[in-house]
Write a protein that binds this ligand. Structure first.
Ligand SMILES: CC(C)(COP(=O)(O)OP(=O)(O)OC[C@H]1O[C@@H](n2cnc3c(N)ncnc32)[C@H](O)[C@@H]1OP(=O)(O)O)[C@@H](O)C(=O)NCCC(=O)NCCS
Length: 192
């Protein structure tokens, strides 16, 4: 793979678009009981194929700048999971999210690329607000959402079938100007 396919990089990680050749990889991720425990459960190969077509490949064209991207470890080139910026199903609200193969857990990877995506969302896309959701029992994900700059805003119940089985979910948000003020305090103090 040429490095030009990497559209966002951090010290250890890189993001690129998914392609049709990644379908088997995604099928194995969604067959893992632990990885999908708080993602609505495992998906069949047919469900992954549908997700790949509508929520990944077509989504890039329909929503410029947004999507679900493959996360790779730069040192090895290994595919370790995905990071995303996309609309919460059934809403226009844009969320940040992540899921990694178990072998990649506990190394700070979700946080490292999550932080870069939040900066991209506010600086480059200039989104007014960014959200995040997590199952109430998914403490690791909640912790990552806070570490990358989102703030806990209580709980929300989502009626869309993609989330309904999870019951009330931990909800996180951050406003662009609030994030900018913290990221660039000197510049913000001069803003009228
Ligand atoms: C959630 C997930 C992405 C975290 O990835 P990761 O790369 O291991 O996360 P990081 O290492 O960046 O950070 C995890 C943080 O949560 C903490 N953590 C881990 N398990 C925890 C737990 N059970 N309770 C509280 N905190 C926990 C870690 O200590 C770490 O915090 P620290 O850096 O302050 O020590 C990963 O576990 C995963 O892919 N899970 C399955 C998919 C999923 O649930 N995605 C989120 C959907 S909302």
């Amino acid at each position: 793979m040429s490095s030009s396919e990497f559209w966002l990089t951090t010290d250890r990680l890189a993001l690129r678009r998914f392609g049709p050749n990644d379908q088997n990889w995604l099928t194995s991720l969604y067959a893992d009981l632990e990885v999908t425990r708080y993602l609505g459960g495992t998906k069949t190969p047919a469900q992954v194929e549908e997700m790949m077509a509508s929520r990944i490949l077509r989504y890039y064209e329909d929503h410029p700048g947004l999507g679900i991207w493959m996360t790779l470890e730069r040192a090895t080139g290994d595919r370790i999971g995905f990071h995303l910026l996309n609309n919460i199903h059934g809403e226009s609200t844009i969320q940040v999210g992540f899921a990694l193969h178990q072998a990649a857990w506990g190394r700070g990877f979700a946080t490292e690329m999550g932080r870069a995506l939040v900066a991209y969302a506010f600086r480059d896309l200039r989104l007014a607000r960014l959200a995040g959701t997590a199952n109430l029992e998914n403490l690791a994900s909640q912790h990552v959402l806070q570490k990358i700059g989102l703030r806990r805003r209580g709980e929300r119940v989502f009626t869309h079938p993609a989330y309904a089985s999870q019951g009330p979910m931990a909800f996180f948000e951050r406003d662009r100007f609030d994030w900018l003020e913290q990221a660039y305090p000197a510049a913000s103090s001069g803003r009228s």
